[in-house]
Design a protein around this ligand. Structure first.
Ligand code: TXA
Ligand code: MG
Length: 333
């Protein structure tokens, strides 16, 4: 891949970013969940260059980001009643719907699937960028394949500088974990990824959903089984200090006010008060921060499975050595 000069753009330069998208380039931009790497979704060559820049396997489809509800019908062939209800409740926001796709959406975006993922982000800069570009914008998280998702412009720069055209600097992301993905191509709807809208909120809005994987899901949601989000330092969910040789330098990803935190080289507490919203916001930056130390391993305290805790636990499992061994996730982005 020929090197690109990556411009750092301030929020005042959003029109420059919109021009780059419109003319087939690649722009990383903030959303409320994580930074995305955007390109015109209806331009197959532009969308293909996202996969090259990220080193992402071509079988993993991209979410298409929209400015308004009207844009859904630009890419989706059908919008079931339950999907409309969810849009009213959760958009703009960290919610992605999988719907039957229209023919104009290139195969490279959907990885050849007959469906398309759509989301209207809540972040003001993301909204302005999409609106001013006039495009529907395909955007995965702006990280390299299998690495931790970026929640700051600096984290994007570290991974993708020289590989993309621009990064819009928009501060830290508020939600901190990716959108919740729900497929409306089946009834009851199926949750493909826990995320920034809790399953409890989704069910309160549209009724029961299926969360357990079933046969055939791997084909309908190829990203579901990928190993993801991994920091460079190995991370263990079910390990104790005593599992490591004496003197090994260990990091602890803590949660809440209580805990035995002696003997660690570094302790990062996701939320000292046990607040899951705060923990989600801190998750990726804290996971990444352990790589600044020369640690043998990162251990993790228990985090409840309720609300945003489900998304946090999902990301930790996929980033962990435990998840890699037990579920045999292939390497993924
Ligand atoms: O919060 C988010 O969703 C962020 C921001 C940038 O919007 N985006 C994001 O994109 O997390 P990405 O590519 O890192 O994760 C999108 C996931 C992938 O696992 C992909 O497999 C799944 O969405 N996906 C996209 N389109 C799909 C489709 N048509 N059917 C099933 N899964 C789909
Ligand atoms: Mg991703």
């Amino acid at each position: 891949m020929p090197a690109r000069t990556t411009k750092l753009l301030s929020p005042h330069e959003i029109d420059t970013a919109a021009d780059i998208i419109r003319t087939g380039g690649l722009v990383a931009f903030p959303t409320e969940t994580v930074y995305g790497l955007g390109a015109n979704a209806l331009d197959a060559a532009a969308a293909r260059s996202i996969f090259t820049a990220k080193k992402r396997p071509s079988f993993d489809p991209l979410i298409v980001h929209l400015a308004t509800l009207h844009d859904v019908s630009r890419v989706a062939a059908d919008i079931p009643e339950k999907a409309l209800k969810a849009f009213e409740a959760f958009w703009p926001g960290p919610f992605t719907a999988i719907l039957p796709k229209k023919e104009c959406v290139p195969d490279v975006v959907t990885a050849g699937l007959p469906t398309v993922g759509v989301r209207i982000p809540r972040n003001e800069l993301a909204h302005t960028l999409i609106e001013r570009s006039g495009c529907v914008v395909a955007a995965p998280s702006a990280n390299l394949f299998s690495h931790t998702s970026p929640t700051t412009a600096a984290a994007v720069e570290q991974m993708l500088s020289g590989r993309i055209d621009a990064i819009v600097e928009g501060g830290a992301c508020h939600v901190g974990v990716e959108s919740t993905i729900v497929s409306f191509c089946e009834d009851p709807p199926v949750v493909y990824r826990a995320g920034g809208v809790s399953i409890e909120e989704v069910e309160a809005c549209i009724g029961p959903v299926r969360t357990a994987p079933s046969k055939g899901d791997e084909k309908k949601a190829p990203g579901r089984s990928l190993r993801h989000y991994a920091p460079q330092t190995p991370l263990y969910l079910n390990a104790q200090q005593s599992d490591f040789p004496q003197g090994a330098s260990l990091g602890l990803l803590a949660f809440g006010p209580e805990g035995n935190r002696h003997g660690y080289e570094v302790v990062q507490n996701l939320s000292c008060t046990g607040n899951l919203t705060e923990a989600a916001r801190n998750l990726y930056a804290f996971m990444r921060s352990f790589d600044e130390y020369d640690l043998s391993a990162i251990l993790v305290e228990t985090i409840p499975f309720t609300g945003l805790g489900r998304a946090i636990n999902d990301r930790l499992l996929r980033a962990s050595e435990d998840g890699f061994k037990k579920e045999a996730f292939p390497q993924g982005s």
